[in-house]
Design a protein around this ligand. Structure first.
Ligand SMILES: C[S@@+](CC[C@H](N)C(=O)[O-])C[C@H]1O[C@@H](n2cnc3c(N)ncnc32)[C@H](O)[C@@H]1O
Length: 249
């Protein structure tokens, strides 16, 4: 399983979710009555943890056993379920907030949204958060033009806003709110390179592993040649969608 192999390093190398995004979401869920929050493709369940003081029940769902083992360790109050986002073993109308954080691009997003609608309670919200490298200037790009290729591939991985909206409409959802957040993270060169290597980019982005590894090794070389410090800065855009079921309006 792709993410099983990287679960431990994921925790140290992964960019954190912007705090203002979490605050924005927390504000949105105030309206929910009974709060069962499910994160689909939860990984270590960072964002689910942010809801722990605001929810009656937390459900962490992932295909990766290793990721779920991390969740059991880190967030003991969460119920962990090994399942695919496209076929959830949850009852109809059993969750009040369903979150896909940096995970919907790894699923068939049409099926995943339909499943989310099926498990949604009447007033439920569905939150989809996508992550893409910023197109603007940042430290690593100054030294390694090849990174543009990596980043262009990353940007293509997620459904675009029109694609996501179309899939949401087909699943019977309406876009209630949308906001973009920008986050800048600083990594050591080793973490930054390992993060690109270890993340199963090549599979999820449809690039051959050899081409991918070649790009990452050029990145590694360029950074080590040119950077005195071990500080690589990268910027990401987080698009955050809040969707509601049409029947709940
Ligand atoms: C990039 S990680 C995001 C983890 C976490 N939500 C975060 O923001 O840090 C994507 C996660 O989705 C999981 N995943 C991939 N395909 C999936 C699927 N079809 N159904 C459920 N989870 C899936 C992976 O195992 C991985 O843990």
């Amino acid at each position: 399983m792709e993410f099983d192999d990287i679960a431990d390093s994921y925790v140290s190398q992964r960019a954190r979710i912007p705090r203002d995004l979490v605050q924005w979401l927390l504000k949105a869920i105030e309206k929910l009555h009974s709060r069962t929050v499910a994160e689909v493709g939860c990984g270590p369940a960072y964002i689910l943890q942010d809801f722990s003081n605001h929810a009656a029940k937390l459900i962490a769902i992932d295909v990766s056993y290793e990721m779920l083992a991390l969740v059991s360790h880190r967030l003991k109050t969460a119920l962990t379920i090994q399942a695919r986002g496209e076929a959830l073993p949850l009852k109809d109308q059993s969750a009040d907030l369903i979150v896909f954080c940096r995970s919907i691009h790894l699923m068939d997003h049409h099926l995943a949204l339909r499943e989310a609608v099926r498990i949604s309670s009447k007033a439920a919200l569905i939150s989809v958060i996508t992550e893409a490298p910023n197109e603007g200037k940042y430290t690593a790009a100054e030294f390694c033009p090849e990174i543009s290729d990596l980043r262009a591939v990353s940007r293509r991985a997620y459904p675009t806003k029109p694609q996501l909206q179309e899939a949401a409409e087909q699943a019977g959802l309406t876009l209630a709110s949308f906001r973009s957040f920008e986050v800048t993270s600083t990594y050591t060169i080793t973490d930054y390179v390992n993060y690109h290597l270890l993340r199963p980019f090549s599979y999820s982005f449809g690039v051959s592993p050899t081409i991918w590894e070649n790009l990452v090794s050029k990145l590694n070389f360029a950074l080590r040649e040119n950077l005195d410090t071990d500080g690589v800065t990268d910027r990401f855009i987080y698009n955050s969608y809040i969707l509601t079921s049409r029947t709940s309006n």
